[in-house]
Design a protein around this ligand. Structure first.
Ligand SMILES: [Zn+2]
Length: 288
């Protein structure tokens, strides 16, 4: 019996979520890493993620060995040696632990942090070849990835009360995108005729800096299609803005012709009258 199996909040979901049974088990000796993720969703659980990973992405089962819910429940999905899909080239050596939440904008609950700390302590003992714990974006090729976006190092060292210093910057660019196809071309200009620099992978997440000609700029000279068939775009959460001072009455009221002309009421009425006279149209003047 493994140490982690003694955890009070453990729920054994092995074989209980959607899967096609094709992930391979290389044995517990194959694992040297513990990889920490967040779900990038406000809610969800292993069952929901399994549905998405199997039915939408065509994977063999839920990505993560463990999913930690907001209430601290530790859902156990796979035997430790299983090679599931959660960190690309490192899947064989890494046990995946995912906390439910979008930690770009929120903090894990204290219950989640406590469960992560306990699970981590147990796994370090349970993995005979354990070497390292890393966040998803600490692996080469994943440095751009907004995962896990909370200070897991503080948590596993026992500090479950501290707040994270987020790397996610809602002022950086206009939002983030997630790749929806197995491989997506990255081009060197905002044009579908420009050179392909490389491809990026399904489920990869990037900051988006601007949109031009149907392409998103993902930093520097890198552009990808903005077609929603290929990428899912998430605008940054709206920032609270200082309320603007009330303008004076005469500045505040504008009038708009239905043709789209803006101006004072006087200008709008003049324009409207001109159209009525010239064309015999019925022209209404509306407040803008
Ligand atoms: Zn991740």
């Amino acid at each position: 019996m493994y140490n982690f199996q003694r955890l009070e909040k453990l729920a054994d979901l092995r074989g209980k979520t959607v899967s096609n049974g094709k992930y391979t088990d290389y044995g517990v000796d194959s694992k040297t890493d513990i990889t920490v993720h967040h779900s990038l969703t406000k809610s969800g659980d292993s069952s929901a993620f399994a549905n998405y990973h199997v039915n939408q992405l065509g994977w063999h089962g839920v990505a993560y060995h463990f999913v930690i819910l907001k209430d601290g429940t530790i859902e156990w999905n796979h035997n430790l040696g299983l090679r599931s899909y959660h960190v690309g080239d490192w899947n064989t050596q890494a046990v995946g632990v995912c906390l439910v939440g979008d930690f770009r904008t929120e903090e894990p609950t204290k219950a989640q942090k406590e469960s992560l700390k306990q699970l981590h302590d147990a796994l370090v003992k349970d993995l005979p070849n354990y070497k390292v714990t890393k966040g998803h974006n600490e692996y080469p090729d994943y440095t751009w990835k907004a995962c896990p976006e909370f200070d897991y190092k503080k948590v596993i060292s026992g500090d479950v009360d501290s707040k994270s210093s987020y790397k996610y910057d809602p002022n950086k660019g206009i939002g983030t995108l997630r790749v929806k196809v197995p491989a997506l071309n990255v081009r060197d200009e905002a044009s579908f005729n420009s050179n392909v620099l490389k491809t990026i992978k399904e489920n990869d997440i990037y900051y988006v800096y601007k949109e031009e000609n149907g392409l998103y700029n993902i930093g520097g000279d890198a552009w990808v299609s903005a077609n929603s068939k290929y990428v899912g775009f998430t605008p940054h959460p709206k920032q609270e803005k200082e309320p603007e001072p009330e303008p004076k009455e005469e500045e505040k009221t504008y009038y708009r012709l239905e043709t789209g002309v803006f101006g004072s009421k006087e200008v709008a009425e003049q324009e409207a009258q001109k159209l009525r006279n010239e064309n015999g149209w019925t022209v209404r003047v509306k407040k803008a």
